[in-house]
Ligand binder design. Structure first.
Ligand code: CAA
Length: 245
């Protein structure tokens, strides 16, 4: 399965749990993979641990200006991306009665502003070249809501609105834009939920287990492939049956 030969793939937050699996899967399909990062020490260790050539670029995806700088660096080092996976995201969970404005802003900025900031650097050029794939990583909780996550759910629901609007704008230009909504996946983000709360969540998953990062990555790789060329503006759930619609 080498159908991404000669393609450049940019994965934001590629050094994280789901991001690492996406990078590995796209590299296995032949893509030249580039990941953005915030933590230099972690990213360097990550890059040298990969069994393919992973390029890493620093970027605060919540800052438009930093995305402009990152895009120039990417284009001079590797070339423009054909595939963009907007994957970077954070949580700052708190009930609405306790949430601070900073927790609201941090999550909207890192999870939603980032999708505009990064896409705006590359998608118009994909349309000009007549080929592109954008995959936005949302969440089950953007579809169904979650106690303690007004900030995260608003951002993740917003992502799919962005997907549907942009998909219409570039549909005739060979560029597809889709959303993937993972459920609870075994990553550091989910393991940070207090164990007692996490156990209750797992009990609500019809499959009775957390998902794996690889189960998300294979869906992303499919959407990035040539074969997925007629799919756009769609939202794919991968949540073990926790939310069916
Ligand atoms: N539904 C209804 N009531 C709930 C509740 C729920 N799910 N969870 C807590 N409560 C109630 C408690 O019973 C308690 O009630 P009383 O006041 O009557 O005793 C009250 O709410 C506690 O409220 P607090 O504001 O004091 O809550 P807290 O500070 O103890 O913790 C929390 C709230 C931080 C949200 C904690 O419950 C938590 O971490 N929940 C997990 C949230 C979660 O699932 N996050 C997902 C992270 S992973 C991710 O986001 C990836 C992805 O895409 C899926």
């Amino acid at each position: 399965m080498n159908d991404l030969q000669n393609k450049v793939a940019l994965v934001t937050g590629g050094t994280g749990g789901i991001g690492s699996a996406i990078c590995r899967r796209l590299a296995a399909a032949g893509a030249r993979v580039v990941s953005t990062y915030r933590n230099e020490e972690k990213a360097k260790a990550w890059a040298s641990a990969q069994d393919y050539e992973a390029t890493i670029l620093p970027c605060d995806v919540g800052s438009y200006d930093d995305c402009v700088r990152m895009a120039a660096e990417l284009e001079s080092q590797v070339g423009p991306p054909d595939i963009l996976v907007n994957n970077a995201g954070i949580t700052r969970d708190a009930s609405f009665k306790k949430i601070a404005p900073e927790q609201w802003r941090a999550v909207i900025n890192a999870n939603l502003d980032s999708v505009f900031n990064v896409s705006h650097q590359f998608v118009n050029a994909m349309a000009d070249r007549g080929w592109g794939r954008v995959v936005n990583i949302s969440s089950l909780n953007g579809q169904k809501g979650c106690f303690g996550q007004t900030n995260y759910c608003a951002a993740k629901a917003g992502i799919h609105g962005f997907t549907m609007a942009l998909a219409q704008e570039v549909a005739r230009k060979g560029v597809t834009v889709n959303t993937v909504s993972p459920g609870y996946i075994a990553t550091d983000m989910v393991m940070a939920i207090p164990e007692e709360v996490r156990n209750k969540i797992v009990a609500q998953i019809p499959m009775g287990r957390l998902g794996t990062p690889e189960e998300i990555a294979s869906l992303v790789a499919y959407l990035a492939s040539e074969s997925a060329g007629f799919i756009t503006g769609a939202n794919f759930s991968a949540n073990g049956g926790q939310f069916m619609h």
